[in-house]
Design a protein around this ligand. Structure first.
Ligand SMILES: [Fe+2]
Length: 245
């Protein structure tokens, strides 16, 4: 038992935020046909951490400026503003997104271990998650802490001492984590036939931009929340937006 004189403080925590969107089912029903038609139009997609040899598809990374996905992008922005507020970030800087994409992982496909360079926060939102479609895996970002791992009493093990974490994907769930945190997606072992067995998720990257910045970074497809407001959106956003209805 801890002594009364024993003080304890936690430093360098690794936060993972998550929520289940209340309108996730409706949003997913809306975007699912668009995602498959996007793949039909661009069957090659991009090669990143996925396994195209197994039929996996990674879309281009401009989903956040495609107008048909605006309701989903707006929900993600709402959540990111909450994260930045929770962390006490300087309100002179706001969340900015420069990349968002879809992954379609059919049976046996997976995403190898990786992190997301050039971003502060990354996240995933689940569109379709058949049973056994592959867990999201994170490991302890402090490799030196795994040189000698202690023996724990399993009945007293606390989550802050875990060195691996697995998240169950769930349609409508949004998970946000530090972009530097290494992660992987386990193989999709769904028994569902055809496209019902596809694991479909959206991934994205965020960082910070000063609210009074007038010129977005020309090398990035940046957008901020006000770009998504109903109506015309900002001029800059409309210049960059892709309307492929
Ligand atoms: Fe990732």
């Amino acid at each position: 038992m801890a002594s009364k004189r024993m003080n304890k403080e936690y430093y360098y925590p690794t936060q993972v935020y998550f929520t289940d969107l209340h309108d996730g089912e409706e949003l997913n029903g809306l975007v699912l046909p668009d995602i498959y038609s996007w793949r039909r139009d661009d069957p090659e997609g991009l090669l990143r951490t996925n396994t195209p040899q197994l039929g996996a598809w990674h879309s281009p990374t401009d989903m956040h400026i495609r107008l048909r996905y605006r309701p989903l992008v707006a929900e993600i922005f709402e959540f990111m503003h909450g994260v930045y507020d929770d962390l006490g970030y300087d309100p002179a800087y706001e969340p900015v997104c420069d990349s968002m994409w879809v992954n379609i992982n059919p049976k046996y496909s997976h995403n190898r271990f990786h992190s997301h360079p050039h971003a502060l926060w990354s996240g995933v939102y689940y569109i379709q998650t058949p049973e056994h479609c592959g867990l999201l895996y994170f490991n302890d970002p402090r490799p030196q802490a795994q040189v000698l791992t202690p023996y724990y009493d399993p009945t007293r093990r606390r989550m802050e001492t875990w060195n691996e974490v697995l998240y169950q994907p769930k349609a409508g769930r949004l998970i946000v984590f530090p972009a530097w945190l290494g992660h992987a997606v386990q193989p999709n072992l769904s028994e569902e036939a055809g496209s019902a067995g596809d694991r479909i998720s959206v991934s994205f990257n965020f960082y910070q931009r000063r609210r009074d910045a007038t010129v977005p970074n020309p090398n990035r497809k940046e957008i901020v929340r006000r770009d998504l407001d109903d109506g015309a959106g900002s001029e800059t956003f409309m210049d960059r937006a892709i309307d492929d209805q």
